[in-house]
Design a protein around this ligand. Structure first.
Ligand SMILES: Cc1ncc(COP(=O)(O)O)c(C=O)c1O
Length: 402
């Protein structure tokens, strides 16, 4: 007999990219590009850019080859370069900081709010110096980093806010898209993202015509109206990716709604279990790219969940300022305790639009069973009077690729 506490035997994958009712439509979109042969600079690019700008409530969209190149292109377009500083977070995927470093600028890492896992505006304010050229908040896991407060800080100091919105397609702030508040928002269309391509792709959106013009030139070898106006790059989006994204975009809101329903289900089923669940700030429309819980015994919990067939990931196991290439950069003077705690404790549960109620139940049962084991182990390791500490048999089993 199963009870609510009996772990389910069914396996729950972390994601399922092959399960899409849209496959025929997507194949037809790719076919059109193949037939037209316009693989680079193709028609589907302009058409997707117009669609995605409208979706974000912005005047311009510039498609790029990846989320990383969108960030680099945006930072270069707002003028970041050597000698500059960029205030950002360390609780993010390494690409955010790498894009800053590749412009020649230095990241300055500040801490996050432990509830929303996004940047603390007071720390951004405190970190601004005469050298600050941009502020780069990250809408981590899909929760918007206070767009109004950050754009007010940017405006006060005349510093552009360039958001890493790679996790946040569909995130809103009060009654509109979060992107309308930033100078530039950058997106990744890595296949597992809320809006995913059939490979790598990215885009930036902005209301600023000059930024959009510079970004268009920078992504295409510095070319503008037949002239080379800058030493540019090849950061172009492939036409095939634009066609796939254009066919998927009309479904994005429906998929975000399914993600939100799954997140509500997790909240209902997991509240009171001892996990710290994601919080949502007033005004924030969380896009739930990831459903990230926290627990002090995260590695044991992950291994136990794997034993019960529940596939989880860690986003991200190390804070960026703790990675070798980034250790030399400045951090907030008080350190980044909340960022470091998140890296030690975060665990991403399965979340994708096709997740069923049965999947949610299976995860919740497994979590309860796993937490019982965690509790028993904690009691046992507190046990021996001679102070002997049992060897820890658990290691993280799955970290995220990005
Ligand atoms: C927060 C964040 N920023 C930037 C990127 C880089 O995007 P891409 O892999 O498309 O270059 C990712 C990708 O996973 C990301 O999660």
């Amino acid at each position: 007999m199963t009870t609510p506490d009996t772990p389910a035997s069914g396996r729950v994958p972390f994601n399922d990219l092959g399960r899409s009712a849209l496959m025929d439509t997507l194949r037809a979109a790719v076919d059109e590009v193949v037939t037209a042969g316009d693989f680079v600079h193709g028609r589907a690019i302009g058409s997707f850019e117009r669609q995605f700008a409208a979706y974000n409530g912005t005047a311009h969209c510039v498609g790029t080859s990846s989320g990383t190149s969108a960030l680099q292109c945006a930072l270069a377009a707002v003028g970041c370069g050597p000698e500059d500083e960029v205030v950002t977070v360390s609780a993010t995927f390494v690409a955010t900081a790498a894009a800053i470093v590749h412009t020649g600028a230095s990241p300055v890492f500040v801490d996050i709010d432990p509830a929303t896992r996004t940047v603390r505006p007071d720390q951004v304010r405190a970190a601004i110096s005469a050298r600050t050229r941009a502020i780069v908040p990250v809408h981590l896991y899909g929760h918007p980093a206070d767009p109004q407060e950050l754009s007010a800080i940017g405006a006060e100091h005349g510093i552009p806010v360039v958001v890493d919105a790679s996790h946040a397609h569909g995130a809103t702030w009060y009654d509109g898209p979060a992107a309308v508040h930033a100078d530039v928002s950058c997106f990744s269309f890595y296949p597992s993202k809320n809006l995913g391509a059939f490979g790598d792709a990215g885009a930036l959106v902005t209301d600023d015509a000059d930024i959009a013009r510079r970004a268009r030139a920078l992504r295409d070898h510095g070319r503008e109206d037949g002239e080379v106006v800058a030493a540019g790059h090849n950061w172009r989006m492939d036409t095939v990716q634009a066609a796939v994204l254009g066919a998927k975009l009309p479904h994005l809101d429906e998929w975000i709604e399914l993600r939100r329903r799954a997140a509500d289900g997790y909240r209902r089923l997991l509240e009171g279990t001892g996990l710290t669940l994601p919080a949502v700030a007033a005004g924030a429309g969380h896009a739930y790219h990831l459903y990230v819980v926290r627990h002090p015994e995260r590695d044991v919990l992950q291994a136990e969940l794997a034993r019960h067939g529940i596939d989880t990931r860690i986003h991200y196991p190390r804070a960026v300022h703790d990675l070798r290439p980034f250790r030399a950069f400045r951090t907030a003077p008080e350190g980044l305790p909340e960022t470091e705690a998140l890296a030690r404790q975060c665990l991403s549960l399965p979340l994708f639009p096709g997740l069923t109620d049965e999947d949610l139940d299976a995860v919740a049962r497994a979590v309860r069973a796993a937490l019982r084991t965690v509790g028993k182990r904690a009691a046992a390791s507190a046990g021996p009077a001679d102070g002997a500490v049992p060897a820890h048999p658990y290691r993280p089993t799955a970290t995220a690729r990005n």
